[in-house]
Write a protein that binds this ligand. Sequence first.
Ligand code: AMP
Length: 192
Amino acid sequence: MRIVILGPPGSGKGTQAAMLVEELGVPHISTGALLRNAAKRGTALGLQAKAITDKGELVPDDIMSDMIEERLSRVDVANGFLLDGYPRTVTQAKSLDAMLARLGKPVQEALHIDVDPELIIKRIAKRAKEEGRSDDTVETVRNRMRVYAEQTAPVADYYENQGLLTRVLGDGNKEEILQRILSVLKVNATID
Ligand code: AMP
């Protein structure tokens, strides 16, 4: 199954994606994690991207599309994938559609995790302590929320217009949210 998971920063989409792939047996492809790994390894692309992610801005679409195209060319995606953090702009969504159309394997399901902004600030403060992510400062988070509203929220509309989007309530504990997502996938026959 080929699934895209969307949600504002701190919506818990990364946590849910990690739990979901355990259930679904497909690879978890997180572009944020790919960028953080590249920065840790000190590659030119990683360092260039870190300067952008630390401000809460988006890495340019062409860089991201090349990165995802390379990732989707690997053999482990034969049975599907869960994309977390990509696409983040409508341009990326169109480029993903074109890539998958060439493979004859379109996106089957787009999930959007809905959360209250108050909860987001609390969760991100907690994550900043636990994971020490350099883009989890209050100022950067504010910027990431603005960037999300301006550039990524339209991606949810893009999938909604294709009849592929389901919104899932992201409050409660992570097990409850996971069960909500699994029932959506069952109802939509994305999994049996
Ligand atoms: P995430 O781990 O998904 O929250 O991503 C962390 C940061 O990486 C984002 O705030 C962006 O700066 C950058 N990033 C991740 N995925 C993308 C993408 N698809 N397009 C542009 N920037 C991205």
